[in-house]
Design a protein around this ligand. Structure first.
Ligand code: SAM
Length: 241
């Protein structure tokens, strides 16, 4: 990534998402100036995305949906498997990032780019697999987005999430780290909340929970917790809440 683009992205992150306007307007204001360089910077910031997509393993003919899909980079990790799916829907609220996704997937009719809110969007067909990659923490109404994801899944369908987490210990160092990361990320519209993992475990049948830490660009020595989660929608449970 050229240094000027790197600095522009850092400047945008330092300025933050701002307060005014609707959620969609804040996303557009934040991402528009960095959309062209989003992927190269996030490759070093958003860990576990390839791993999540590889673990999803949707069946042949599957309907697959990513909520908060941004530039559509993650779906590339399906590789040739994508050709076995019915289709993949990439849903996002930010036109600047969706322009990148449309460019990326212009030659692949199996991938549909959809401008919509993850809280209210409903596909025409029930999904076999729905996933969030670093978007749950950016959706203010994340509980409603989760409920919506479960509502669009077939019974037994797979929900996948990879996202930032917070230190889980209760010592003073962990509590200070929690406060630091909460404030740091909130500036860019990312709201860290331990309740995400707890809620995922309550509303799905847990298949996998992997918690880890990773380095962050430009912050040597600091490591950020993140988690990877896979859960099944219960076969007979009513998850619309
Ligand atoms: C950190 S980015 C992650 C993008 C992509 N999933 C990735 O892994 O690179 C968070 C994404 O969530 C999207 N987003 C935030 N709130 C949303 C909402 N209510 N509905 C749909 N997308 C939303 C943002 O526009 C942004 O593309």
């Amino acid at each position: 990534m050229p240094i000027t683009a790197e600095l522009r992205t850092l400047w945008q992150m330092a300025r933050g998402a701002g307060d005014g306007g609707s959620h969609a307007e804040r996303l557009e204001r934040f991402y528009r100036p960095q959309a062209g360089h989003y992927d190269s910077f996030r490759e070093r910031l958003l860990h576990g995305r390839r791993e999540l997509v590889e673990l999803l393993d949707p069946p042949e003919g599957a309907v697959v949906i990513e909520l908060g899909a941004g530039t559509g980079r993650n779906a590339e990790h399906f590789g040739a498997r994508l050709l076995d799916f019915s289709h993949v829907e990439l849903v996002d609220l930010c036109p600047a990032l969706l322009e990148q996704a449309r460019r990326r997937w212009a030659q692949q009719p199996r991938v549909r780019i959809i401008e919509a809110d993850a809280v209210t969007y409903r596909p025409l067909q029930p999904a076999d697999c729905v996933y969030f990659s670093y978007s749950l923490t950016m959706i203010p109404e994340w509980r409603a987005a989760l409920a919506n994801a479960l509502a669009m899944l077939k019974p037994g369908g797979l929900l996948g999430v990879v996202d930032f987490d917070l230190p889980r210990g209760d010592c003073i160092a962990d509590r200070c780290a929690c406060e630091f990361w909460r404030r740091w990320f909130a500036h860019d519209g990312v709201h860290l909340d331990r309740a995400h993992v707890d809620t995922l475990r309550q509303v799905t049948q847990t298949q996998l929970l992997r918690e880890s830490t990773a380095a962050l660009p430009w912050l040597p020595g600091l490591r950020m917790p993140y988690y990877l989660y896979l859960g099944r929608k219960p076969l007979n449970g009513n998850t619309d809440r």
